[in-house]
Design a protein around this ligand. Structure first.
Ligand SMILES: Cc1cc2nc3c(=O)[nH]c(=O)nc-3n(C[C@H](O)[C@H](O)[C@H](O)COP(=O)(O)OP(=O)(O)OC[C@H]3O[C@@H](n4cnc5c(N)ncnc54)[C@H](O)[C@@H]3O)c2cc1C
Length: 322
């Protein structure tokens, strides 16, 4: 038996799409190992989120609703999640690999004295997990031998659980957080507003690297992205140079994406970049160096100067749309 508790994420009263992948993982796990799957919603005034979470086949939705949880802080959330994991009799605590989960789950694991596997991509029948190592060059089979196991789940490898009818029983969690005693306090949350889709949800991504030569070069890619309804991504080289914000970084130390179409312009295809995008359905590479490693993973390769090729592509798309 292996009860699974999934920590759900939400923003502005909406359940995040990313969490649906962890729900799918949990369903698969309990199918193989027995037990039941539950969801934990933490925050303040989260009734609507709990309602939404109850539509994904979980036996229970644990709800930690308290003014002290209004803003995310790893310390307070980890304490509540560990309490909920005990309430749920969870042998596995899971969440989709997101920026918040990378911050939170290791702390939950420490509180539960649990072993942890991050960014898992699969499950074996014996309860072991699969996770990539060496920038995705190898996949290892991991056994977590502690009674409670904590995992984060790669979104692109578990198809979002489908929404069904409301059903999960709501269970309140006793929240005993002393915000004043924490070593951190919440100051402010700044949202970068963009009309473009989120990188991890986008069907199409136009990504740029050092070959764009600067923020102005990225403007060309943004124009192409807007014509395609795409998100903009970047290599670490472009982020480190300060040309684009770091939430656009794709790769081993950035976001892992698997859109239907990934256009990489001026990107060499370093292994650390490929680790974040090589599962994309169709990859188009534009690079003036015919030897660039990105061409090894590209379905369509264009050996060209991006400053010429990208405006030409944009022109053709405009004509096709007219
Ligand atoms: C621990 C670690 C983690 C890392 N994590 C990441 C990560 O998450 N994501 C990531 O991206 N990188 C990561 N890196 C960095 C990675 O190793 C590469 O340095 C980086 O991806 C290179 O970025 P780039 O392709 O933009 O630049 P470059 O390798 O410099 O490539 C630029 C490319 O642009 C082409 N080009 C130049 N001018 C033009 C033009 N006018 N038209 C068309 N093409 C042109 C060139 O031919 C070249 O192929 C990591 C590295 C380490 C060590």
């Amino acid at each position: 038996m292996g009860n699974v508790l999934v920590i759900a994420e939400h923003r502005d009263g909406q359940l995040k799409k990313a969490s649906l992948s962890a729900f799918a993982f949990a369903k698969k796990y309990v199918q193989k190992q027995g037990g039941e799957f539950s969801i934990l919603v933490m925050g303040h005034n989260v009734g609507a989120v709990a309602d939404a979470a109850s539509c994904f086949g979980a036996a229970k939705v644990f709800v930690a609703d308290h003014a002290d949880l209004a803003n995310y802080l790893a310390e307070s959330y980890a304490a509540v999640a560990a309490q909920a994991a005990k309430d749920a009799g969870a042998q596995v605590v899971a969440a989709t690999t997101t920026t918040q989960a990378k911050d939170l789950l290791p702390r939950v694991a420490a509180k539960l004295e649990a072993g942890m596997a991050s960014d898992i991509v699969g499950l074996l029948d014996n309860g072991w997990f699969l996770r990539p190592v060496w920038a995705g060059s190898a996949v290892v089979e991991v056994e977590i031998s502690t009674p409670v196991k904590v995992v984060t789940v790669r979104q692109t490898e578990f198809e979002a659980a489908p929404k069904g009818a409301a059903g999960g029983q709501k269970v309140p969690v006793n929240v005993a957080v002393n915000l004043g005693a924490l070593r951190k306090r919440f100051e402010k949350f700044e949202v970068i507003k963009s009309e473009r889709p989120e990188l991890t949800d986008a069907r199409v991504i136009v990504s740029g690297g050092r070959g764009t030569k600067g923020a102005d070069g990225f403007k060309l890619l943004e124009g192409l992205a807007d014509l395609l309804g795409a998100a903009v991504g970047a290599t670490r080289a472009a982020v480190d140079a300060g040309w684009v914000p770091n939430d656009l970084q794709v790769g081993q130390t950035g976001k892992v994406v698997a859109p239907e179409l990934y256009i990489a312009a001026g990107v060499s295809g370093a292994i650390q970049h490929l680790a974040g995008m090589k599962s994309s359905k169709v990859i188009v590479a534009i690079n003036k160096d015919p030897e660039a490693p990105i061409f090894n993973v590209a379905d369509y390769g264009l050996v060209a100067d991006l400053f010429k090729a990208v405006p030409e592509m944009a022109e053709e798309i405009k004509k096709a749309k007219a």
